[in-house]
Design a protein. Structure first.
Length: 94
């Protein structure tokens, strides 16, 4: 059994890796929450992003830069997502 803790990133770390401001990452994690594995957190706790979340956010970043609508980006994320991550497009409020 693999007990290794997955690599996680704080919002500021993820923002630096993606080349976007931290508030942009916060907005995207709220808008695209059903497609991310962002941890449930109590008030004041740090939001942590996984490697999968970073890949997803990179697709979102690229789609936004290309001027694509949020619904199209969500579909692209679902298509490039891991096989074990079910798309939750109906939960996205666009």
């Amino acid at each position: 059994m693999d007990t290794a803790k997955p690599i996680t990133y704080k919002v500021t770390e993820a923002a630096a890796l993606l080349g976007v401001p931290p508030n942009t990452v916060r907005n995207w994690t709220a808008q695209y929450a059903p497609l991310l594995s962002v941890n449930d957190r109590a008030h004041g706790e740090v939001r942590l992003l996984t490697e999968h979340d970073l890949r997803t956010l990179a697709v979102i970043r690229d789609g936004r830069a290309a001027g694509k609508p949020a619904k199209v980006i969500a579909l692209e994320v679902a298509q490039t997502s891991r096989a074990d991550t079910p798309p939750a497009l109906s939960l996205i409020h666009i």
